[in-house]
Design a protein around this ligand. Structure first.
Ligand SMILES: Cc1cc2nc3c(=O)[nH]c(=O)nc-3n(C[C@H](O)[C@H](O)[C@H](O)COP(=O)(O)OP(=O)(O)OC[C@H]3O[C@@H](n4cnc5c(N)ncnc54)[C@H](O)[C@@H]3O)c2cc1C
Length: 565
């Protein structure tokens, strides 16, 4: 196995192309409109690296070429590298991580998560231990104060890891709801942990299944009497991007129970530290990661009649890279199908991709501040939390599909998630300062102007959302805001083409065509949010794709996971 590192690889290819040396290449790549400064130098050798703008292939031999460097494809690449295969990861943007990336976009020293912040879904992934990610710099903070939910009438609910403390705050609004909540949490835990096989034996399993199948709005109505607990549960349930008025969203009624049970862990130093750790792991296992390498074409073997094998990829700069054993993609399937002749995908696959619909698009507004949001409490005093959620009325979730279909921006009571990681992690901002982020969903395709209209109205929309926050955290007067960075749904898509139409959980996660992680073109595997179990920071699409590949290679993910590394 070669021990070429990424830097060595860049240097070698630079020399092969007759260029003066790798140092001169730093910063040579043109940055796309929403490019940002990488994480502070020294923190991440991967994330802060220079790109390789060379147009030629290196001549290096790789077993796998991985297109895209989101956390899922990095998890997949890390397992392949751990198995002993030579892996090349090509990321289209200047920094790895996709929706799991941290950068100083407002001001130096303020580490903003450009998409995800919370990694609840990753905590049960065996990759955490199997890849020894702690040894590569990944550390989780699990705040005791999980979520604060303030309302305009002055009432509030605070979710703690401690059930009793949580119930105390609910009891101030409804004693009956507090009792129900206390009774349901252990029952829900048993149900959630029973797995598909054990569901039949769990107490009231059919009741929980019935709730799951109905809408979140109806399920919260069955369980709770207060609008506050219903609204809070639905607002947090909406983090997955699906409106709680739809059938099959009944699980949103359990969102606060899940928070008590599992918390909402954030990586110390920022969401991107997961990808930094994965990048370090891959490099330590002789993998190579190149940034500013958008893949535009699949290289497919030419055959007579039979579908040829996927041999590698071509990047926008004309450079080509081959994977002797296969190619792994995390490119959105809407884009991927355009990278090889249509007939190679087959009719069924083409129809599935044409039918595929986006979820509601996301917005994200970042602020560097001198104070965190301080939410006043009914009995006096204030509280600050790493996370809060704003939505006053449970029935507001019923309006989301309607505004989305009409392309109208409605911020009056749309669920807004407020994330202030610096409250739980002082490394995120200079001493005495804070990071505040507002996020939620709004239509991508606006009436009167389509997606491009976002460039005209995003500042105004951000201000309206910030003013909504200020009504509940009045300390955040304009003088407390030092800088801001506004991301519309269009900006989110520009920043990451895998977030097609600003949709981040990649649509329907039950697509049977994606369940095998194998594409119709032999040798081409797919991972990422388009594959089960879908979007969010879980790493499961990545580990599952690696499992499928390793099985094809005659080994197993369990074997590779156990290996010393
Ligand atoms: C505002 C916001 C907040 C969120 N908050 C959370 C949260 O708190 N918790 C949570 O669990 N989830 C959250 N999510 C969702 C989460 O970020 C995504 O579901 C997750 O990032 C998907 O990961 P992935 O590995 O599948 O792909 P992505 O993160 O989408 O990465 C794909 C990568 O592939 C690259 N790529 C795409 N096409 C090409 C190409 N042709 N060539 C080369 N490279 C390419 C992209 O540039 C990107 O780096 C949030 C998302 C957004 C937008």
């Amino acid at each position: 196995m070669s021990d070429t590192s990424r830097r060595g690889f860049i240097k070698k290819t630079a020399e092969a192309a007759g260029l003066a040396g790798a140092a001169g290449l730093a910063g040579a790549a043109a940055l796309a409109p929403l490019a940002f400064a990488p994480q502070a130098a020294g923190q991440s050798p991967v994330a802060s690296a220079a790109s390789n703008p060379l147009g030629s292939a290196s001549g290096e031999r790789f077993d796998f070429v991985v297109a895209g460097a989101g956390h899922n494809s990095l998890v997949c690449a890390a397992y392949l590298a751990k198995a002993g295969y030579r892996v090349l990861v090509l990321e289209g943007r200047p920094t790895i991580g996709g929706g799991c990336k941290t950068a100083e976009v407002c001001l130096p020293g303020f580490k903003e998560d450009l998409c995800s912040s919370v990694h609840s879904g990753f905590q049960n992934n065996p990759a955490l231990k199997e890849l020894n990610l702690r040894d590569y710099g990944l550390e989780y903070i699990d705040p005791e104060l999980v979520m604060h939910i303030p309302f305009l009438d002055g009432q509030s609910i605070t979710v703690w890891r401690d059930l009793d403390r949580t119930c105390e705050t609910i009891a101030k609004i409804s004693k009956k709801d507090a009792e129900t909540f206390r009774k349901l949490v252990p029952e829900f835990k048993a149900y959630a942990e029973s797995g598909p096989a054990g569901k039949g034996s769990v107490r009231r399993a059919k009741f929980w299944q019935q709730l799951n199948a109905m809408s979140g709005y109806d399920a919260t109505g069955v369980l709770f009497e207060s609008n506050h607990l219903r609204a809070g549960s639905l607002a947090c349930g909406h983090f997955g991007g699906v409106a709680g008025g739809d059938f099959g969203t009944g699980g949103q009624a359990f969102s606060l129970m899940t928070q008590v049970l599992n918390g909402r862990p954030i990586p110390k130093g920022g969401s991107g530290m997961l990808c930094v750790a994965l990048g370090r792991f891959i490099e330590a296992h002789h993998g190579v990661i190149l940034t500013n390498k958008p893949v535009v074409q699949l290289l497919v073997e030419k055959t007579n009649g039979e579908n040829g094998k996927c041999l590698g990829v071509e990047c926008a700069d004309g450079s080509q890279y081959r994977g002797g054993k296969g190619v792994v993609s995390t490119i959105h399937i809407k884009h991927l199908v355009n990278m090889a002749p249509r007939e190679l995908w087959g009719d069924e696959f083409n129809t599935m991709v044409e039918t595929f619909q986006p979820e509601h698009a996301m917005i994200q507004f970042h602020y560097a501040t001198t104070e965190p949001p301080q939410y006043p409490l009914m009995g006096g005093g204030t509280i600050s939390s790493t996370e809060a959620v704003l939505m006053d009325r449970a029935e507001s979730v019923l309006l989301l599909n309607s505004y989305n279909a009409r392309g109208e921006v409605w911020v009056d009571d749309t669920p807004l998630q407020i994330v202030s990681p610096s409250v739980g992690d002082p490394t995120r901002a200079p001493a005495g300062h804070h990071t505040v982020k507002i996020e939620g969903t709004l239509p991508y395709d606006l009436k009167d102007g389509g997606p491009k209209r976002w460039d005209e109205i995003k500042e105004q929309v951000a201000e309206a959302c910030f003013n909504r926050l200020r009504r509940l955290a009045p300390n955040l007067t304009p003088d407390k805001v030092l800088a801001k960075f506004i991301e519309s749904p269009l900006d989110i898509e520009r920043m990451n083409p895998a977030m097609w139409r600003g949709s981040v959980h990649a649509g329907d996660r039950r697509l049977p065509q994606m369940a095998s992680y194998k594409m119709p073109i032999p040798g081409l595997y797919q991972t990422g949010a388009c594959t089960p179990p879908g979007g969010s920071i879980t790493g499961f699409p990545g580990r599952n794709a690696a499992a499928a590949i390793l099985k094809d290679l005659g080994t197993s993910i369990e074997e590779v996971g156990k290996k010393d590394s």
